[in-house]
Design a protein around this ligand. Structure first.
Ligand SMILES: NC(=O)c1ccc[n+]([C@@H]2O[C@H](COP(=O)([O-])OP(=O)(O)OC[C@H]3O[C@@H](n4cnc5c(N)ncnc54)[C@H](OP(=O)(O)O)[C@@H]3O)[C@@H](O)[C@H]2O)c1
Length: 353
């Protein structure tokens, strides 16, 4: 009886703890979040007429994470069609997705590499093998993300969504720079594009006290954390640009929300919720091919050549949440992320400090 009561008290305290301390994203209800996507579907597309089939990627090497499915897959097809060597990084459908991209694009310059962002060592392994082949990435698209219905602890001790949607992107970008797989040059300027979500707007300030701490949570906190982690990701992208591009743009680092995409992002939601969301997706969300257009535009159009710290919401230039641009926030996030990484990843070294 005493043990049962002890457990109950511990769980209750845990719940109170995360409710009061962990930061919140904009949405607590996945259906409301999807309806916001419906609104986006009908929104104006200011720069859509600037999208052109003439913007080519011949001779370029493009790395896309999460390229086996949804938006990432559509991007792989589009860049391959436009002449790029495409490196698809993912944790599943190897080599089927790569073969499909070859077939759909008519290009043989497509390869697939294994990388599971919830397993830190696989990130090091991918970057090392690219470095060993002296690969030079011209465009890196950080697309992979997951929307889980609740917490899940990874082998390195972090929450899976925190690791996949945020922290792994720090490891990957720092490693690519450290091993010179991406070079910092003023001409031509290489590019990093962070695929984010406009749902980050309105998320609360980053909680540094609880940063990286594992907590149990369920569906409503799941969707809230998804948008919160996008705020964290955007703050990192902004700080990375601030640090690298102090004296002119040496790496173009931009952020984009593709808008609503009829993809597999809700595949792990509970059955009833998944069916409801899939219904909404099918009727009003954009196909991955259509949703990929503003990303291709941002990556290849002369309009964005040599730019950094820009944000597009589909084809609309916008500002991110104001917190993302606060230098103090960027600095704190940088320090906490580096501290955390040093404590969980013996192989981690920061490129820029
Ligand atoms: N769908 C939307 O309405 C929407 C709206 C705004 C922003 N976005 C953003 O768009 C991007 C693409 O999402 P999507 O809609 O195309 O969803 P998706 O079809 O589920 O694609 C997500 C990709 O990320 C990969 N991924 C997930 N966990 C991974 C891990 N541990 N290691 C490596 N790869 C992992 C998935 O691989 P598996 O297939 O193996 O799971 C998949 O390839 C995401 O950044 C998402 O946040 C989507």
């Amino acid at each position: 009886m005493g043990a049962v009561y002890g457990n109950y008290l511990r769980n209750y305290k845990n719940k109170l703890h995360y409710k009061t301390l962990m930061a919140e994203g904009r949405f607590t209800n996945p259906v409301v979040a999807s309806l916001a996507g419906v609104k986006d579907f009908f929104a104006k597309q200011e720069l859509a007429s600037r999208f052109s089939d003439e913007d080519r990627a011949d001779g370029m090497t493009v790395l896309i994470t999460g390229a086996n499915s949804g938006l990432g897959f559509a991007l792989a097809v589009e860049f391959a069609k436009r002449g790029a060597r495409v490196i698809m990084a993912g944790r599943s459908k190897i080599p089927e997705a790569g073969n499909q991209v070859k077939k759909l694009s008519g290009s043989e310059l497509v390869e697939m590499h294994y990388m599971d962002l919830s397993k830190i060592e696989t990130i090091h392994h991918l970057v090392q093998s690219l470095a060993d082949q002296a690969t030079q990435i011209d465009i890196c698209i950080l697309n992979a993300a997951t929307a889980l219905p609740g917490s899940r602890k990874t082998t390195s001790g972090q929450d899976e969504m925190f690791l996949v949607n945020y922290l792994s992107n720090v490891i990957l970008t720092q490693e690519l720079l450290l091993k010179s797989v991406i070079k910092l040059e003023t001409s031509p300027v290489s590019k990093m594009i962070f695929i984010s979500s406009d749902s980050h707007q309105g998320a609360t300030y980053i909680d540094y006290d609880e940063f990286g701490t594992y907590f149990e949570y369920g569906v409503s906190k799941g969707i809230s954390n998804y948008s919160y982690f996008k705020l964290v990701l955007n703050t990192y992208a902004t700080e990375l640009s601030r640090r690298i591009n102090r004296d002119g743009v040496k790496l173009s680092i931009n952020v984009i929300c593709p808008g609503p995409v009829a993809s597999n992002i809700v595949k792990e939601a509970p059955w009833l919720l998944r069916m409801t969301l899939k219904g909404i997706f099918r009727i009003v969300f954009k196909s991955p091919a259509k949703a990929s257009r503003p990303v291709v535009y941002l990556a290849l159009s002369p309009d964005y050549e040599g730019t950094s710290n820009e944000y597009l919401h589909m084809f609309n230039p916008k500002k991110m949440d104001p917190k993302v641009y606060e230098p103090v926030e960027g600095e704190k996030l940088w320090e906490r992320s580096m501290e955390l990484l040093k404590s969980i990843d013996a192989d981690f070294k920061a490129f820029v400090s």
